[in-house]
Design a protein. Structure first.
Length: 164
C-alpha cells in the first residue's frame, strides 16, 4: 500500500498561510520580531542579519550558519515523518470503528483537532505561530480523510488505495 504523495499537503498549506513580506509580523507570529538596526533594509541585508532568535536544547543559541539551520530542519523533518507515519496508522485503525462511509469524516472532530493544535501552539517553546499550526493541521486532516475513506473502501471490498 502506498500513502498519498505529500504534494497535496504542500498545495493545501500554501494558500492558507497568509504571511507575506508585506504583512505585519504580528499576523504571522504571536510575538514581536527582534528589531533590526536602521542600517539594515530589505534591499541590502548583510548576512546574517538580525541575531539568533532561540535557544537549542543544548543551551546554545541557534544558529550561526544557514547550514546549521538546515541541519536542524532536516532533523525535525525526519521526526515529523515518523510521527506522521504513526498518526496514519492510528487513522487506519480508526476506520475499523466506523460503521458507514458517512461516519469517516466528522467535521466537528476535524475542527476539534485543528483548534486543539492552534491552542497548543500558544504554549510551545519556541512559540509555534498559530498560522502554521492551523495550516499544518488543516493539511493533515485534508490528507487523512481521503486516506481513511480509501481504507474504508478496501475493507468494504472496494478498489485499492493506490497499491501497485
Amino acid at each position: 500500500m502506498q500513502f498519498p504523495s505529500l504534494l497535496p499537503l504542500a498545495l493545501i498549506i500554501l494558500p492558507t498561510v497568509l504571511c507575506t513580506p508585506h504583512t505585519n509580523a504580528s499576523s504571522c507570529y504571536s510575538s514581536s520580531l527582534p528589531p533590526l538596526p536602521p542600517s539594515i533594509s530589505s534591499e541590502n541585508r548583510t548576512i546574517p542579519w538580525g541575531t539568533p532568535a532561540f535557544t537549542l536544547p543544548n543551551g546554545t543559541l541557534c544558529c550561526s550558519s544557514l547550514a546549521q539551520v538546515r541541519d536542524g530542519i532536516n532533523e525535525i523533518n525526519e521526526q515529523l515523518v515518523e510521527l506522521l507515519a504513526q498518526r496514519a496508522a492510528f487513522v487506519r485503525e480508526a476506520t475499523r470503528f466506523k460503521a458507514t462511509l458517512d461516519t469517516v469524516d466528522v467535521p466537528s472532530r476535524d475542527k476539534e483537532v485543528i483548534e486543539g493544535a492552534v491552542n497548543a501552539s500558544r504554549t510551545t517553546k519556541p512559540r509555534l505561530p498559530e498560522t502554521i499550526a492551523r495550516a499544518v493541521f488543516e493539511a493533515i486532516i485534508n490528507a487523512s480523510v481521503p486516506f481513511e475513506m480509501c481504507i474504508f473502501g478496501e475493507f468494504d471490498g472496494g478498489e485499492s488505495c493506490g497499491a501497485k
